[in-house]
Design a protein. Structure first.
Length: 180
């Protein structure tokens, strides 16, 4: 006899099954414009992008922008589907397959802080003094980046970079540099 999990994620020809949830507060927050989309750039969504209908919730990770929307259910509790319970979760490096406790973490709902240096090679040597470094830092949920710290010694010490915002573009900097 098939388990509920097997039934929930069995795939038949032409059918993909899955579940996700987004909290009502995230769909109604002042800084979002949640919607159901049937077109993109004035063209009808194609199958790969979710035809006939998909959910779009700005500031929430793309895995919650469900493609091929079949139904919307209002639930009092977190969705119990596989992807919400055993995927889309972040664990510290000390967690491995032998000691993982899936219920100890909530599903990831927005984009975690990510950053990258784009103008230096890994092996590039720099001289003491002012260094021009270009890169980016982004976060999810409509939150900005408070600061960017840079280490020139493998993380032993850190300095706060100065940031320059591109006019009219939230959270995007033209360059970061430090003279410390």
């Amino acid at each position: 006899m098939a388990s509920r999990q097997d039934e929930e994620f069995s795939v038949r020809a032409g059918q993909i099954v899955g579940q996700a949830h987004v909290k009502r507060a995230e769909c109604k927050a002042d800084n979002t414009n949640s919607s159901q989309a049937s077109s993109f750039l004035q063209e009808i969504l194609n199958r790969d992008h979710g035809f006939p209908l998909r959910v779009v919730v700005p500031g929430v990770i793309g895995a919650r922008s469900v493609k091929w929307l079949d139904s919307i259910n209002l639930l009092a509790e977190e969705c119990q589907g596989f992807f919400m319970q055993k995927d889309y979760k972040m664990f510290p490096p000390s967690v491995n397959w032998d000691n993982i406790n899936w219920s100890s973490r909530r599903p990831q709902m927005d984009f975690p802080v990510q950053s990258a240096i784009c103008s230096l090679e890994d092996v590039q040597m720099v001289r003491p003094g002012k260094v021009s470094i270009k890169g980016y830092a982004v976060s999810g949920g409509g939150r900005g980046i408070e600061r960017v710290d840079i280490s020139m010694d493998g993380g032993k010490s850190w300095v706060e970079a100065s940031r320059t915002q591109k006019p009219g573009r939230d959270y995007i900097s033209e360059h970061n540099s430090s003279d410390k």
